[in-house]
Write a protein that binds this ligand. Sequence first.
Ligand code: OFO
Length: 173
Amino acid sequence: MLSEKMNEALNVQANRELYSSYLYLSMSYHFESINMKGFAHWMRLQAGEELVHTTKMLDYVAGRGGRSKMLAVEAPQFTWASPLQAFQHVWDHERVVTGLIQTLVKVAEDELDEATKEFLQWYIKEQVEEEESSDNVLNKVKTAGNDKGNLEAADRVLGQRSFKFPRGFEIFP
Ligand code: OFO
């Protein structure tokens, strides 16, 4: 059984994961609107991953006898001045999320909740991957600079990203 404090902290983090999904979806439609379909595709899959992070956390709360609560989701930024600004935003955002997960682990430690601490290891590993992939993508966009042809090439590369929803989390077919 989760403590009340742990339950609430997990619900708040699930809300931040959902916000991440909302943010990346906003970026996806932003790129769609400026006809950068590859970047839009990359962001859309990123939004999908964040939905998995959200549901996985809410499922855990429910499975431990807690109560999963849907909190209001903040409206994300709507537009970005350049692809570089958007991908820099992704990288900065992922580092913030890593900090939030680390704080959550501390709450689990304070609550003497070993099971939640172990559960959060999945998110710790996931953040290592997310930081690495957003750093790679940011470097690609940085290298492309302001050159239209280079940006179109980067757009094509990112358009090849694939992502398969894990079993049980197939939100999109
Ligand atoms: Fe949920 O990992 Fe990104 O934010």
